[in-house]
Design a protein around this ligand. Structure first.
Ligand code: FE
Length: 198
């Protein structure tokens, strides 16, 4: 599941493994079920779901309103729901306001729309620094925001998962919903990137 383990992550990986083994031994956890869930979210569910939500919101103003009002329900309209997506709140990026998502405690993430979180999202450095110095962290990740842009950092928890509705890039006015979908990246829906025009 992980792509390369750093020495910093190793104790957590070992602890996780020990915990999984203990729960399995006590009959509290079925490893086959665990593997099934992980495979599903690695291969079948991913950021493409979120991209469909964003493209719909960009092309259907009424859907956009519903999405910002009740993210969970509007996302379910497109057929996406399930574990770690019981309460999704959607926030909209504009030229003046930028939203970025983190889980300071662990790696809470809206699985039904984004799949499993990338390793940088779980990195202790990202989790602690993006709260204290979001502008610097975003710049390091390649997103240089103007000083006038207000940045809001949202802390995902087990209760609330956040999804960013990125800005529709200029020059895409003539594109259809289907043509917009492939432009929407995972990082833009976490708020660490913008969507680029084709
Ligand atoms: Fe978490």
């Amino acid at each position: 599941m992980t792509t390369g383990t750093t020495s910093e992550q190793l104790p957590i990986a070992l602890r996780t493994e020990a915990l999984e083994q203990l729960l399995t031994e006590r009959g509290l956890l079925d490893p086959a079920t665990m593997d099934g869930i992980i495979t599903t979210y690695e291969t079948s569910v991913g950021p493409l779901n979120g991209a469909k939500v964003v493209a719909r919101a960009w092309t259907d103003p009424e859907y956009r309103s519903r999405l910002l009002e009740d993210g969970t329900a509007a996302i379910k309209e497109l057929g996406f729901s399930g574990p770690q997506g019981e309460h999704i709140v959607v926030v909209e990026n504009t030229p003046a306001t930028h939203h970025v998502v983190v889980c300071t405690l662990c790696s809470c993430y809206p699985w039904p729309v984004l799949g499993l979180p990338p390793s940088w999202y779980k990195d202790p450095a990202y989790r602690s620094r993006v709260v204290k110095e979001p502008r610097t962290v975003l710049r390091e990740m390649g997103l240089d925001l103007d000083g006038s842009v207000q940045i809001t950092v949202h802390d995902s928890t087990s209760e609330v998962r956040w999804l960013v509705l990125p800005e529709r890039p200029t020059g895409t006015e003539d594109l259809s919903e289907e043509e917009l979908v492939p432009l929407v990246t995972r990082d833009s829906m976490v708020g660490v990137a913008k969507v680029a025009a084709p």
